[in-house]
Design a protein around this ligand. Structure first.
Ligand SMILES: [Mn+2]
Length: 195
């Protein structure tokens, strides 16, 4: 699996209120993007707490992780989070997201996971954990609202999407990144030659 990451603070701010977590285990990969409420140091503390939780609990189910982070973040100002589990052995992509973290998938099948409303540490009602088909070569992108809603993976030609995930992440950030918000984008792709 190859990954690309862009994680930057909004202009003029030193601490970034967004965070991400990537962990490969077995043949799977867990990818999470977290956006602490607001920006600055207290947003960074909230996002950091979710990362600390993930460091220890990444093998749990996505629903358990979401609920665990919700408990951990009650002492913080809260955060939104999306988590994807890419499981090539089962040809499956699982997703659970709370709040405005977006996931985009480029696949041969129609894969359109969605986040549900809520704020971890503040208000969490239901958790929706969904499963979709996954094939090697599929591109999975998670991003915070620092990426404009105009971003559309289908706008890009195959030549762009064939590049290394880091080049893809930087290209999307350059074109659709908003400078007045923290920005995080993670791109994951398993190269077909790896199989
Ligand atoms: Mn944000």
């Amino acid at each position: 699996m190859q990954f690309g990451v862009v994680n930057r603070a909004l202009k003029g701010e030193t601490s970034c209120g967004d965070a991400c977590f990537i962990r490969e285990f077995g043949n799977s990969a867990l990818v999470a993007v977290i956006d602490g409420l607001g920006h600055g140091i207290y947003a960074a503390v909230a996002a950091g707490k979710a990362v600390e939780y993930l460091e220890i609990n990444y093998t749990k189910s996505l629903t358990e992780i979401i609920r665990g982070c919700h408990e951990e973040l009650k002492t913080t100002r809260g955060a939104v989070m999306g988590i994807a589990l890419i499981d090539p052995d089962r040809s499956a992509l699982r997703y659970a997201g709370i709040g405005n973290i977006e996931i985009r998938v480029k696949s041969r099948s129609v894969v359109r996971p969605v986040s549900v409303n809520g704020i971890l540490g503040y208000n969490l009602r239901k958790v929706r954990e969904e499963e979709f088909p996954y094939s090697p070569g599929d591109i999975v992108i998670l991003h915070s609202d620092g990426v404009s809603g105009k971003f559309d993976l289908n706008l890009y030609p195959p030549e762009f999407l064939g590049q290394h995930p880091q080049t893809i992440a930087e290209g999307i950030a350059a074109e659709f990144g908003r400078t007045r918000d923290d920005l995080t984008i993670v791109v994951a792709r398993q190269d077909i030659t790896e199989v």
